[in-house]
Design a protein around this ligand. Structure first.
Ligand code: RAM
Length: 524
């Protein structure tokens, strides 16, 4: 189902003080120059069949009409491309007409973008048609790309000349300071590789904000921020960037004070007119975790009220069963899964957020608020158990549906007793039908719920299987969507717009550091 919210005459509430703090926290970006490490030609424009080429021969290889050249930069990069172009034959008597396509994966490289007909804009596909009037030339492309492969297709030349690509390079850009992390060398090859790829995923999403994906949406989303912040805390430890993002969400909000699901930062900071119930609640969670890491009292003072507002807004959505009402459930994200009944999840996320909000209130010495939140928490927990817990089946049932997501969020919210959590998560692990978990975002929470239910072996096995099969499928940064049984799945109506370096997929490093191995020597 499309996630599109359009509010006419939407005028976000700006807070100049918070925005100027966010501005002052803009990170320094790091740059490197990367050149291709290999190249090949696809047999025809959309074929996966390729013939290898030797890079050293590039200055002598000329491309006529219809021919292509694919350059492999050897790893996922985010940055700006420069091409040095020349020609063979007579003086060019017509412009060179080129198509450039940047792709994060091999599959994306050979897909025909004209066949995409999904609900997200076609404009996310990283391809350009351009005319080059004067050869030789140095072409500096203005857009930032996220890619490993660059395909250059010669759309047209003239019979008098052919194009030569003499040189290509990428000036990479991100805010990750690699001197702060050491690679994991546990001796377990799979775990080490999963750890490395998850850090690379996070690094390439660390731009002026934590972006959800450097190919798409290139934007700060709240649910993604929470998971990036967790992984950042055990790796790059760029807490100023987390702080900046919290201030950006606080600095531009819905007119009634709700935080938006995502924020634009260019040309100026502006909340998107999309509200997601669960994401807004994660604001209090992310703030509390940031404060645990930093003890930053300035941020507590500046952002406390905003975090409380989100929780109080959510508490006003309870219906006569004492659980989150249907309209608010509609605004819940949870996972890309149309078949999922999110009623139990919405209530559980609120319960979960209440726990963090109480910690914030205690931190702030706001005892009456802490007390209020405790009462709300206990009432909501009782209502959730009464409505969703099925004693006979020993699991949560949401409007007749048993899903992993409901067991996960109720377990994370500590709604059930430890024994009940265990039963619920055993049920989740044994499910063979019903809604499938679609994203690494959901799989992250699934693993943390297994851990909370005391199922560490299952958690580790799941992490290895889920992220390990992504590696086997060729990931060198982790992907936005992955279902090992449906590798082509996309929530958007076509995998060509999927993001293959996606923030919410970066958490294995966090899970490994905090749960799967003793805490020594990986963090400098
Ligand atoms: C996708 C984004 C982002 C996610 C939202 C809900 O479009 O890429 O990662 O947070 O959806």
């Amino acid at each position: 189902m499309a996630l599109i919210s359009i509010i006419e005459d939407f005028h976000p509430l700006g807070n100049a003080k918070l925005l100027s703090r966010a501005e002052a926290l803009k990170p320094m970006l790091h740059h490197t120059i990367r050149e291709p490490i290999g190249g090949f030609r696809l047999k025809d424009r959309y074929s996966p069949e390729a013939s290898e080429i030797v890079l050293g021969q590039l200055p002598h290889m000329s491309m006529g009409k219809g021919e292509n050249l694919c350059l492999d930069f050897g790893e996922h990069l985010v940055g700006y491309l420069t091409l040095e172009l020349s020609y063979a034959g007579s003086h060019p008597d017509a412009p060179a007409f080129l198509k450039l396509k940047c792709a994060e994966t091999l599959r994306e490289l050979s897909e025909n973008s004209q066949e995409y007909d999904g609900w997200l804009s076609h404009s996310w596909i990283q391809e350009e048609y351009l005319h080059v009037d004067v050869l030789p030339c140095r072409l500096v492309l203005p857009r930032r790309y996220a890619f490993r492969y660059l395909k250059i297709t010669m759309m047209d030349t003239s019979p008098k000349y052919k194009l030569i690509v003499r040189h290509a390079e990428c000036r990479t850009e991100n805010a990750a300071d690699w001197s702060r992390v050491a690679p994991l060398r546990s001796g377990d090859e799979q775990l080490d590789r999963i750890h490395a790829v998850s850090l690379k995923t996070l690094a390439n999403c660390m731009q002026e904000e934590f972006e959800d994906g450097p190919k798409r949406d290139r934007r700060l989303w709240l649910g993604d921020l929470r998971l990036m912040a967790l992984t950042n805390a055990v790796s790059f430890r760029n807490f100023d960037l987390v702080k900046r993002c919290l201030y950006l969400f606080g600095g531009s909000r819905f007119p009634d004070g709700r935080v938006s699901a995502n924020v634009f930062t260019k040309p100026a900071v502006e909340a998107d007119d999309t509200y997601l119930f669960d994401y807004a609640l994660l604001y209090a969670v992310t703030l509390e975790e940031y404060l645990q890491d930093t003890g930053d009292n300035e941020a507590l003072d500046d952002l406390y009220d905003i975090a409380m507002q989100q929780v109080e807004y959510a508490l006003r959505t309870l219906d006569d069963t004492g659980c989150v009402g249907a309209a608010a459930v509609q605004d819940c994200f949870i996972d890309w899964c149309d078949a999922l009944d999110k009623t139990a999840c919405a209530t559980a996320v609120l319960l979960y957020a209440l726990r963090y909000a109480r910690r914030l209130a205690r931190r702030k010495n706001d005892w009456s608020q802490a007390n209020f939140l405790l009462q709300q928490h206990d009432a909501l927990r009782r209502a959730a158990m009464a409505r969703f817990w099925d004693e006979g089946q020993q699991c949560f049932v949401s409007n007749g549906q048993i899903s992993a997501a409901s067991q996960v969020w109720m377990t994370l919210a500590d709604a059930p007793s430890p024994q009940q959590s265990r039963a619920a998560m055993e049920k989740a692990a044994a499910l063979t039908d019903g809604p499938r978990m679609g994203t690494p975002y959901m799989h992250h929470y699934y693993i943390t719920a297994l851990l909370r239910a005391g199922m560490a072996a299952e958690a580790e096995a799941h992490l290895r299987h889920y992220w390990g099969t992504m590696l086997d499928a060729g990931a060198d940064t982790f992907w936005e969507c992955w279902d090992p049984e449906h590798p082509d799945a996309s929530p958007y109506g076509g995998s060509i717009v999927n993001s293959y370096c996606h923030a919410w997929s970066c958490t294995p490093a966090y899970l490994i550091e905090t749960h799967l191995r003793p805490k020594e020597d990986t963090i400098k």
